[in-house]
Every structure is written in C-alpha cells, then in structure tokens.
Design a protein around this ligand. Structure first.
Ligand code: GAR
Length: 201
C-alpha cells in the first residue's frame, strides 16, 4: 500500500516506520510521502536522509478546510492509499476523514479513551493514574476517539515527570505503530463499528 505520513515535529514515530520498512518488518508498506505542517519539523531531515519525498504545507496561514483540501489534493495526486498521523498535532475536517475512511492510523500516548488531546502525559500524571500507555487507532471525526487497533500499558511511577513518562511510552509507540500499519496495509483489519477484529494468518 502506498502510505503517506503526516507529522508536525520531531518525527521519531516516522523514523520507527522507516526503520521497520528498511528492515523488512512491514512488507506491505511503501512509505511514499511525508507531509509536515510546521516549518523546521525535524521529521523533514529524516525523510531527506532516507530518500522519501516530503512536502511542507503550512497550517498557520490557512483555515482548517483550506489546509485539509491542500493536503487531500497532494495525497490524491500521489495515489496515497493509507495515511499515518505520526505526531501530527492538528484536527482533521470530517471531509478529510471521509475521503480516507478507516484508512487513517493515529498513534496516541495514553490508553484511550483516557486522556485524549494534545497533553496526554501531563493529564495522566495530574490525574494520578498508576498505568498509562499508548494506543494505535483508526481516526474518526472525534478527538482520538476512533476504533482501537492495539494498546500497550506502561506503569507510572511515584516520581514520574511528564518527560520521563513521555520517553517511557515512546519506546512502545515505536514498536506498536509499524505493527499496526502492517496489519492495516495487509488487509488484516476488519472494522465492525467501534470494534476491530484482527484476522489471523
Ligand atoms: C508522540 O508521543 C505521539 O504519540 C504524540 O506526539 C508525539 C510525537 O512524537 N501524539 C499525540 O499526542 C497526538 N495526540 P514524534 O514526533 O517523535 O513521533
């Protein structure tokens, strides 16, 4: 499947996808294009280093609809079949979601439905949970609310900080995201409403 990745910053999850593709772990994934919405996003350097085409489409100077239509135009032109949101910190319009229904994968650093949104680690620590983690899910019109593909729990220690928790969870995100993408691209994911069934070999 031709995959487009969208990122806003560092891109370590994008790197995990690159590494998995290069090591043969994701045979049904072709990383075709990176789209970033923030100038200076480090993800761009990763794309350059690994010979993946990239485009900067800035979002600050556009309406939500304008931005999404620009991105959609590019994705269609590139015949992108599946999209990964890898640290993409922006909500997409219903039109965008609909154009790629059940073909947009997101990685989120909490055990959804707990702590959706942009400050998952901070919110988890503030709440006082003993376990958090990460979730790979399909994207729907809500905020981090789509059907769940996989989750990994991570223990939250007494002295946890936002940074230490983020680092701890990130390790599992990097393992989980390529696996979830391979499942999606190999047609092993069946969506029944909120429930996802993973076909065995
Ligand atoms: C990751 O922890 C990802 O789960 C999170 O942003 C980070 C991006 O890191 N995404 C969200 O919070 C989305 N709501 P990265 O740029 O190094 O992949």
């Amino acid at each position: 499947m031709r995959v487009g990745v969208m990122a806003s910053g560092r891109g370590s999850n994008f790197q995990a996808l690159i590494d998995a593709a290069e090591s043969g772990e994701t045979p049904d994934v072709e990383l075709v294009h990176l789209i970033v919405n923030k100038k200076g996003a480090y993800a761009i350097q990763r794309a350059k280093k690994h010979g993946i085409e990239h485009t900067l489409i800035t979002s600050d100077d556009k309406t939500r609809r304008e931005f999404d239509q620009d991105v959609l135009g590019l994705l269609k032109k590139q015949n992108i079949e599946v999209i990964v949101l890898a640290g993409f910190m922006r909500i997409l319009t219903p039109e965008f979601i609909d154009a790629y229904r059940n073909r947009i994968l997101n990685i989120h650093p909490s055990l959804l439905p707990s702590f959706p949104g942009a400050h998952a680690h901070r919110d988890a620590i503030k709440y006082g949970v003993k376990v958090s983690g990460c979730t790979a899910h399909l994207v729907d019109e809500g905020i981090d609310s789509g059907p769940i593909i996989m989750q990994t729990p991570v223990t939250v220690s007494e002295e946890e900080t936002e940074e230490s928790l983020a680092n701890k969870i990130l390790e599992y995100e990097h393992q989980m995201l390529p696996k979830a993408l391979q499942l999606l691209c190999s047609g092993k994911i069946i969506v029944n409403g909120r429930h996802i069934e993973i076909k065995s070999d």
